[in-house]
Design a protein around this ligand. Structure first.
Ligand SMILES: [Fe+2]
Length: 498
């Protein structure tokens, strides 16, 4: 077998126990590139909701009879909603990476992927994956950037979503610069802050970058880390960047010499423990330091903020890494362990953990989102997707939209889909510009039974009442990863410069 898994009958369940009906229909189909005005909207779209929603995610898992193993392997596709007075325009387009272009021309997979290696597979400069740029998408510096893991973002036309090329921040980064898929945007300045980890054999190094609102480099710092952590996300506070470094370690020796996938090169060593790394945003603000933080695993943070000497770091904490649950496509999350929101409070003066406050909600939530205006600031509300069957055997997927509140101490507001219906994409929060504390949450809705896809709008503070509007699409879309919202409407596609 040359790679991945050969295409099988997608109807045949490959796992016992709970079998989420139709899940294969959410992953295994040809995604379409489209642009049209959405018709048949039911419910009510608030008058004040004007702007652009974007979501990125993997959307191609098969080629020439071969299937990728892993959810992270698929080629990135960005979907956009342009919500204007005249109506709502949907647009979808693949990110035209070098990987996609060369594989389109060859008619087969050519490059090693995160969870799929095969004989003769290729790497970028024999060094790293040729990224599918499928993780996130954000408006920044007057343009739109699609992010992959540990690589330069790609610039897209904000209206047509056509790919313009690598975005190198005015020549400050290059195509092997480590650069994560989870930039943070400081609401006070509009600056973009991000990190990357370079895995030199002797001394892994964490790089922290800050760019101004035009994309010019403001500062860059380097911090040695003890172990080659696989780290996906970080938190931004007013004066610090904060990392939850779990003992999921990358063995590059295996990756380079044995030709295995990233997935096969990762080792989970819980006995080493997790550490919180606190890095001052400005060098003059002091030294970076770490503190022990149990043995959990964190893929995504919710938010961080400072109050005097107290630093709060809110994360979604799993008992073990989740990447092994992203395979094999489409039988995901078969043995996924519980995950819950956890608040850590750190005393910056004593450099000790002051408090750890877990929530009870443990339905393996992921893709946490908050009001973007509250990044790095005190906040209470957040939204995330959850898996109702977490803990039961068999494949499963996100089917809950959960609204957590630190003030209430848990999830008290939740929407559960009917059986065979799933939710996808970070549930992004769009604030009412005329009324603080009022907002809408936008999320993908995937009805596996009859191949329907839509976007759902919820009143952010009354999720349990169900969607306030449903925006049906003409075709299926894949479950997305991360989303963003810009209150500035896109230019209409006809006004695009491409
Ligand atoms: Fe992520």
């Amino acid at each position: 077998m040359p790679m991945g898994t050969e295409t099988q009958d997608p109807q045949r369940p490959r796992s016992g126990g709970v079998v989420s009906p139709g899940l294969e229909r959410c992953f295994l189909f040809d995604a379409v590139e489209e642009s049209y005005e959405i018709t048949g909207i039911t419910g009510r779209v608030p008058e004040w909701l004007r702007g652009s929603y974007y979501v990125n995610g993997p959307a191609r898992f098969e080629r020439a009879g071969h299937r990728y193993n892993h959810w992270l392997d698929g080629d990135g596709m960005v979907c956009a909603l342009r919500i204007a007075e005249q109506g709502i325009q949907f647009t979808s387009r693949f990110v035209e990476t070098r990987k996609l272009q060369e594989e389109e021309a060859a008619g087969r997979f050519l490059f090693r992927a995160f969870g799929t290696a095969f004989p003769g597979d290729r790497l970028r400069r024999n060094l790293m994956l040729e990224p599918p740029v499928n993780v996130s998408v954000y408006p920044f510096a007057g343009t739109l950037l699609a992010f992959g893991e540990q690589t330069l973002p790609m610039e897209l036309d904000p209206a047509t979503l056509e790919t313009r090329g690598d975005f190198d921040f005015h020549g400050k980064l290059n195509d092997v610069s480590p650069f994560a898929a989870h930039p943070k945007f400081d609401p006070a300045t509009g600056h973009l802050i991000n990190f990357g980890i370079s895995y030199a054999a002797k001394q892994p190094m964490l790089h922290v970058y800050e760019f101004d609102e035009g994309g010019s480099l403001v500062r860059r710092s380097r911090h040695p880390v003890e172990l080659p952590h696989s780290n996906h996300d970080f938190g931004l506070a007013a004066r610090h960047c904060v990392f939850f470094l779990s003992p999921l370690l990358m063995d590059f020796d295996r990756f380079w010499r044995e030709g295995v996938s990233v997935m096969e090169s990762l080792r989970w060593e819980p006995e080493r423990g997790s550490r919180i790394l606190v890095v001052p945003r400005e060098a003059k603000a002091g030294q970076a330091f770490t503190i022990p933080a149990g043995q959990g695993y964190c893929l995504h943070l919710i938010n961080c903020f400072e109050e005097g000497p107290l630093l709060t770091m809110d994360i979604l904490e799993l008992e073990a890494p989740v990447y092994a649950e992203y395979q094999p496509i489409p039988d995901l999350f078969q043995t996924v362990r519980p995950c819950r929101p956890v608040r850590y409070r750190i005393d910056l003066e004593s450099r000790k953990l002051a408090e750890r406050l877990p929530m009870d909600y443990d339905r393996t939530p992921d893709f946490p989102a908050i009001d973007p205006c509250l990044v790095s600031r005190g906040y209470t509300d957040f939204w995330m997707l959850g898996i109702s069957a977490s803990g039961a055997p068999g494949r499963k997927f996100f089917d809950q939209l959960a609204h957590g509140s630190w003030r209430k101490g848990d999830v008290r507001d939740l929407y559960q889909t009917p059986a065979g219906e799933y939710l996808g994409g970070e549930p992004i929060y769009a604030a009412n510009p005329n009324a603080r504390g009022e907002g809408v949450v936008i999320v993908e809705h995937l009805k596996a039974r009859n191949d329907e896809s839509a976007f759902l709008l919820f009143d952010a503070f009354a999720i349990k009442r169900g969607p306030i509007a449903r925006l049906p699409l003409r075709h299926r879309i894949h479950p997305g990863f991360h989303a963003s919202w810009s209150a500035t409407p896109l230019p209409a596609p006809s006004q695009s410069r491409l």
